[in-house]
Ligand binder design. Structure first.
Ligand code: ITT
Length: 205
């Protein structure tokens, strides 16, 4: 049994492999499984979009016996911006705009906003489709605040402006191990892993 991860995002895939590194289950990308193209993301929630991505791969994979399909739809919600960029996080200012520019723009939009109102969270909805077509979706978050500029080289995307008050640094400054232990993606993936273990005992040992 293997997991086909329905993502074209290499940074997500790296984190997912790190998070599941203590499991014997094999994780392959949709590209490695020979699946081209990508799902439409027309849903109104992280959950709907995660399911769209997973269903796309499940269908294209020919519902192959034994393969589990997992997909992640994630993003950053900033309270002072009414939840923006939210489900449009990857597309904010255009998919090809650099994160240096996206991060600078968000920090600029928060000019004059005091610490206590700079609250934000990363959200991850993760969808699982079992070989027989049964679907599950989980949601997890990581709470923090938007900083005043970029800091840190780890992680990806919006991590350099995402300040974790308990650590006194951004999620791009903490180690990958710490990020994976507390992140929206780490928590969602461990929840999905537990569902897989309960459905298919022994698969991870
Ligand atoms: P796939 O749809 O192929 O998985 P994507 O990058 O388009 O790749 P999403 O639609 O889920 O993925 O967009 C998520 C965006 O949210 C991502 O591109 C980042 O900008 C941001 N994001 C999500 N998780 C993050 C994290 O852990 N650290 C930093 N930014 C994150």
């Amino acid at each position: 049994m293997r997991i086909i991860f329905a993502t074209g995002n290499k940074d997500k895939l790296r984190e997912i492999r790190q998070i599941l590194s203590d499991c014997s289950i094999e994780v392959i990308s949709m590209r490695d499984a020979g699946i081209e193209g990508e799902a439409e993301e027309t849903g109104k929630s992280f959950e709907e979009n995660a399911l769209q991505k997973a269903r796309y791969v499940y269908e294209k994979n020919g519902k192959r016996d034994g393969d589990l399909v997992v997909a992640d739809d994630s993003g950053l919600e900033i309270d002072a911006l009414n939840g923006e960029p939210g489900i449009l996080s990857a597309r904010y200012m255009g998919k090809d705009t650099s994160y240096r520019e996206k991060n600078a723009d968000l920090v600029k939009r928060l000019e004059g906003v005091p610490d206590e109102r700079r609250t934000a969270r990363f959200v991850c909805a993760m969808a699982l489709i079992c070989p027989d077509g049964r679907e599950r979706v989980v949601r997890q978050t990581m709470e923090g605040r938007i900083g005043y500029g970029e800091a840190g080289e780890n992680g990806f995307g919006y991590d350099p402006i995402f300040f974790l008050p308990e650590y006194g640094m951004t999620s791009a400054e903490v180690s990958p191990e710490v990020k994976n232990a507390i992140s929206h993606r780490g928590k969602a993936l461990r929840e999905v892993r537990d569902i897989i273990i309960s459905e298919y005992p022994g698969v991870m040992s």
